[in-house]
Design a protein around this ligand. Structure first.
Ligand SMILES: Cc1cc2nc3c(=O)[nH]c(=O)nc-3n(C[C@H](O)[C@H](O)[C@H](O)COP(=O)(O)OP(=O)(O)OC[C@H]3O[C@@H](n4cnc5c(N)ncnc54)[C@H](O)[C@@H]3O)c2cc1C
Length: 395
């Protein structure tokens, strides 16, 4: 369930392993990749940031490798353009060293320190005390990748049912009934990859409410076409290690656009692509969750900065100009926005790692934020392995 990049990758993996199985993807929207998978930065992450040994570290490194091979085989436009993570203060230099340690320990290839003339060769307009260069980071259109996974499912005999929103789940003796107004689909087993709605579907299937999904809206600016030469590839800050977000970056997309962002602002709806979109049920879910208030108490200072950046184009440009000093307010236009599905525990922790939960007949992906799109093929293999054991499927 869920026609984002994860649901489609999982369906593809399952049908490839069990060609005679009846596999159907239910997607509420009229087209696949309508939510996170179609609103990302489009960066193929190499696996630098993540705690060694975490699922993110393992599945990102494997997933990126498989994704490059997949894109090459299917001729999906992509580019191994490389990325620099830049430190602009002494405090960030220490954090950069920790990122280098993590990346190396995670097996990220080619990672090296750059500064001065070498940094200038990689990103002529960037400025920093030092940078960490990852030649293996790249770019792709994840919506195109998701559509290709959907084609693979259909070609292998599976079904992609769009416009099919699951409103409730009933457990039977031998099946799960997935219902929408007056209609039901009966399944022996289900795998839920519902992104921003993951907690609701898990609760509908009888799981606990912890963690809840809180939506974080991420807005981007875009560079005017005549100023795109300010950024060759990908320029990232050193992230705040206490947050699961990577910070405002400057990133070239595969179509040549250069984006600046995203911001990270608690959103009024799980599909708040516009700031004006506010849904009562989504707001209530966020505000009634004890974890929200604990998180706000802990991160109020970061929240205030994010609010400032989201409210003022000049402030966001100033943040990006720390890394590209020639950047001016008149170089940017309004850009797209995405909504991150971030799991938040009852005690106020923003869950960093991927998280899955199991019920008798179903597996739920409860937290799959960035680098979820990069890691999708590896996550799909992990999920299919779990499903084989849990559901007693043929190997
Ligand atoms: C702003 C932003 C930038 C990002 N940048 C990157 C990046 O550069 N690199 C990277 O690797 N990752 C990035 N990510 C993360 C990445 O996009 C996600 O990890 C990934 O897309 C998750 O895929 P998904 O299939 O779980 O979720 P989604 O793509 O959100 O799909 C979930 C699907 O479930 C469907 N659904 C929900 N409820 C129901 C229901 N009741 N019935 C039927 N269908 C339902 C939804 O309609 C949706 O299509 C970014 C995310 C955001 C938001």
């Amino acid at each position: 369930m869920g026609g984002g990049i994860l649901g489609l990758a999982v369906a593809r993996e399952l049908i490839q392993r069990n060609p005679r199985a009846s596999v159907c993807v239910l997607e509420r929207e009229q087209r696949v990749a309508s939510h996170q998978s179609g609103h990302s930065s489009g960066v193929i992450h190499a696996g630098i940031y993540y705690q060694p040994g975490s699922m993110k570290a393992q599945l990102c490194v494997q997933g990126a490798r498989e994704l490059y091979a997949y894109c090459a085989a299917r001729q999906i436009p992509h580019e191994r353009c490389g990325k620099v993570i830049l430190a602009t203060s002494q405090r960030e230099l220490a954090r950069l060293a920790e990122l280098e340690r993590r990346g190396t320990s995670n097996g990220v290839a080619g990672l090296r320190r750059v500064a001065g003339s070498e940094l200038a060769r990689i990103e002529p307009h960037a400025s920093a005390l030092a940078g960490l260069y990852s030649p293996d980071t790249g770019i792709v259109d994840f919506a195109a990748v998701a559509r290709s996974y959907a084609n693979d499912v259909a070609q292998a005999g599976g079904t992609i049912a769009t416009g099919w929103g699951v409103s409730s789940v009933r457990r039977g003796a031998r099946t799960l009934r997935l219902l929408r107004d007056g209609e039901a689909i009966e399944a022996r087993h289900a795998i839920f990859c519902a992104g921003a709605w993951a907690d609701r579907l898990a609760v509908a299937d009888g799981a606990g409410a912890d963690p809840r999904i809180v939506p974080f809206r991420g807005a981007y600016l875009r560079l005017r076409p005549e100023r795109r030469d300010l950024v060759r590839a990908l320029i990232y800050p050193v992230p705040d290690p206490s947050l699961p977000f990577l910070g405002t970056h400057l990133s070239r997309r595969i179509d040549g656009e250069v984006l600046i962002g995203p911001t990270a602002l608690l959103a009024g709806a799980r599909d708040a692509y516009s700031l004006a979109t506010v849904r009562r049920a989504d707001m209530l879910d966020t505000l009634a969750w004890p974890g929200t208030w604990r998180m706000l108490r802990r991160f109020w200072r970061t929240g205030a900065t994010e609010l400032h950046q989201a409210a003022s184009r000049a402030v966001l440009v100033r943040a990006a100009a720390r890394y590209v000093p020639a950047l001016r307010r008149e170089d940017v236009q309004a850009g797209p926005a995405g909504v991150r599905a971030q799991a938040l525990t009852r005690d106020g922790r923003l869950l960093d790692d991927f998280m899955f939960s199991l019920s008798e007949r179903a597996l739920h992906v409860r937290n799959a934020p960035s680098p979820g799109a990069t890691a999708a093929l590896a996550i799909a293999r992990h999920v299919a392995d779990q499903a084989r054991t849990l559901f007693d499927l043929p190997a």
